[in-house]
Design a protein around this ligand. Structure first.
Ligand code: HEM
Length: 424
């Protein structure tokens, strides 16, 4: 972005719809949920017409997010299914970068055929067979916690590298490249957070730099797997035959990017936010340690509570009306998952963290419909495995400072969780 241009993300902070479009608003989730509860009650279909952004309507109720997500014929994802200021897309085109073509950007048969390329790797039975490896990696990180001597930043020291290792392991990315994968993912998902901006002059430049470095890296992986196929997802993508034809360069690149990025920051934020909630509710931490039957519900509650993916966009294919608001063909809506997950029309006392709640399986954190999260089985197993072990093996745990949230309106959550603990 040129220095004389108005920064749409800075302008967004002043807008009444800032809760959804300004990265800074995601730093304080208590305030966020308070403000959005009012919006959900009074303006469930809220228009946002902010400088530098195409107009949109925000859907905050569970019923609406659910209905639109399931109606994939009427509501398309398109290459702009993640919210960004117009300038971001203009700059991508100007610099000759390919418009996004990952699974979340595809529709119809194109989406179905590309999803089928890796689908088998993510089915419950296939993911179940990887449980021993997830246990092994969890063991490594529990040992790391022990070696850190009773104090650590759980988010940065444990949750991030643990979730990264699980996904990179199936991907076939060597451990020596994991730090770079984390940096590039944060460069795409968290570019607006000053901590992840690095040397880049602004978030848009950061996103583009990260995409360009991914292109170089994944081109090398492609060459390698063509020459030496392996038992990993990278090989499956390189040899993919969506709709019976070899996968093309752009789809392959974006496939690599989504599998590399979608799997770890998301799950890592669920783990760090989940552990924070358990530390603040020690009776629930104790109950979980004593009764493994609570683990499944606790995992869903953690993922409902943290809702690390903050939105996806959908585009109307014909004129639609939602709760009396007309949305013309081509108009777009933002699906607010964290808001839908706190809707009291569905969840009893939604702002109470309760691992025994009977309604936690109605969570919308993974979306619903044709784009339902491909990696939900991995995410659930990772959360269940690590939080299950910690609840059983920790004698004591407390906060050792204030947790800090990442500033991103796309994927965010607790990025620093200082804790003090002892093992049994
Ligand atoms: C707690 C952790 C996670 C959350 C909250 C989450 C959330 C989401 C959401 C909201 C969507 C879009 C759903 C929709 O549009 O209806 C999605 C799609 C996706 N997720 Fe996840 N995700 C998580 C973990 C993972 C993991 C571990 C992977 C593994 C690689 C993964 C891979 C994907 C992929 C590939 C898609 C695109 C699916 C498609 O468009 O067909 N996610 N996820």
């Amino acid at each position: 972005m040129q220095s004389d241009q108005v920064d749409p993300l800075v302008e967004a902070e002043k807008h009444p719809g800032s809760w959804f479009i300004s990265p800074k608003r995601w730093a304080d989730m208590e305030r966020w949920h308070q403000a959005v509860a009012e919006i959900r009650r009074d303006t469930p279909v809220m228009e946002i017409d902010a400088p530098g952004f195409q107009k949109m309507h925000v859907l905050t109720r569970h019923e609406d997010v659910f209905a639109v997500s399931r109606d994939n014929a009427r509501w398309h994802n398109t290459p702009m299914s993640v919210l960004g200021p117009d300038v971001q897309y203009e700059q991508m085109l100007e610099q000759g970068l390919p418009m996004p073509k990952s699974l979340v950007h595809l529709d119809g048969a194109d989406h179905r055929d590309h999803r089928a390329v890796t689908n088998d790797w993510f089915k419950p039975a296939a993911v179940g067979r990887r449980q021993p490896r997830i246990d092994e990696i969890a063991e490594e990180y529990v040992e790391k916690m022990r070696s850190l001597g009773g104090r650590c930043d759980f988010a940065a020291d444990i949750a991030q590298p643990f979730t990264l290792r699980v996904i990179m392991d199936i991907y076939g990315v060597p451990e020596s490249d994991e730090a770079m994968m984390l940096e590039l993912t944060q460069g795409i998902f968290g570019a607006a957070d000053p901590e992840y901006l690095g040397d880049a002059s602004d978030p848009f430049t950061k996103v583009m730099e990260s995409v360009m470095r991914f292109i170089v890296y994944f081109n090398e992986i492609t060459e390698d797997r063509r020459a030496c196929p392996a038992d990993d997802i990278a090989t499956v993508i390189v040899n993919g035959m969506p709709g019976g034809c070899p996968i093309d360069d752009e789809h392959r690149l974006w496939y690599f990017i989504i599998i590399a990025t979608a799997g770890h920051d998301t799950t890592s934020f669920a783990l760090s936010g989940g552990l924070e909630a358990l530390v603040r509710n020690p009776d629930q931490m104790r109950a979980l340690g004593e009764n493994p039957d609570l683990l499944q519900g606790a995992t869903d509650e953690v993922i409902r509570w943290t809702s690390p993916v903050r939105h996806f966009m959908r585009y109307a294919q014909d004129d639609v009306e939602i709760r009396g608001t007309k949305i013309p063909a081509g108009g777009r809506v933002l699906l607010s998952y964290p808001s839908a997950n706190r809707d009291d029309a569905v969840f009893v006392e939604p702002n109470t963290f309760d691992i025994t709640r009977p309604d936690s399986d109605r969570l919308l954190s993974f979306g619903v419909g044709a784009h339902f999260c491909l990696g939900s089985q991995f995410a659930r197993r990772e959360v269940r495995t690590l939080l299950g072990r910690l609840s059983r093996e920790l004698e004591h745990i407390e906060l050792d400072g204030e947790p800090e949230n990442a500033q991103s309106h796309f994927v965010s959550g607790v990025k620093h969780l200082p804790i003090r603990y002892s093992f049994r």
